[in-house]
Design a binder for this molecule. Structure first.
Ligand SMILES: Nc1ccccc1C(=O)C[C@H](N)C(=O)O
Ligand SMILES: [Zn+2]
Ligand SMILES: [Zn+2]
Length: 217
């Protein structure tokens, strides 16, 4: 059986955070070194740190919070697609890909070099028109290897809203630079934080064996 591959960013004090947002911090509030029986860690962080999911409540006042989201989108068969040859990713680009039937989860490897310790200045553009396209394919989860599905300075978050409107949940900041295209099993479960706008996840994939690789690579 193939090994699980970790495609999440390690949560360290070095990890990049959204500009102006709360950085990730870990410290011990009790330590064995200081004669306690145990080490007890404490974290402080934006929930949009490293590899994480957005609950619709992140960008919509009446959107679902993370504890209200279904589990199914975050567990199951996923396809990794490589869209790194363009900085404008739209429905026309996605329609060039080889779509096998029954793909509910799509992970996009973009042209952005994956560097967990640096917040990128610019991101490849994801056109909102991918939302109806992906919905028509039956997709319920879109994962990307960048910190946002909209530009960092976007005010209207058009692609976030379009995806939400079309029933597609969002997974951000994956590490896909060394992942070959193809079909995988995915597990990327958010924590059930009541009322929360998002959650870091441990995203892992495992190749599905004896399956025809997409794009015939
Ligand atoms: N933390 C922020 C602070 C201000 C404005 C946006 C963000 C975001 O997190 C947006 C990004 N699209 C995200 O979902 O992770
Ligand atoms: Zn987010
Ligand atoms: Zn987002």
């Amino acid at each position: 059986m193939a090994q699980w591959i970790d495609i999440s960013q390690p949560l360290s004090t070095q990890i990049a955070h959204w500009p102006g947002d709360t950085p990730f911090q870990y410290q011990l509030t009790a330590s064995i070194e200081e004669k306690n029986s145990v080490n007890i860690g404490n974290i402080q962080t934006s929930l949009h740190i490293g590899t994480h999911i957005d609950a619709p409540y992140h960008f919509s006042k009446n959107g679902k919070t993370v504890d209200q989201l279904p589990l199914e989108p975050y567990i199951g068969k996923a396809v990794v697609l490589n869209v790194s040859r363009t900085d404008i990713i739209n429905a026309a680009v996605l329609s060039q890909m080889n779509w096998s039937s029954d793909i509910k989860r799509v992970l996009l490897h973009t042209s952005l070099p994956n560097n967990p310790t640096r917040f990128p200045e610019t991101l490849p553009y994801l056109d909102p028109d991918i939302a109806p396209f992906l919905q028509a394919k039956g997709v319920v989860l879109l994962g990307v290897d960048m910190p946002s599905v909209d530009a960092p300075d976007s005010k209207d978050l058009a692609t976030h809203h379009a995806l939400n409107k079309h029933g597609i949940l969002i997974l951000e900041n994956l590490l896909l630079d060394t992942v070959p295209i193809g079909e995988y099993e995915l597990i990327a479960l958010p924590l059930a934080i009541q009322g929360a706008d998002g959650s870091p996840v441990r995203a892992v994939i495992r190749p599905i064996e004896k399956e025809e690789k997409l794009h015939g690579k």
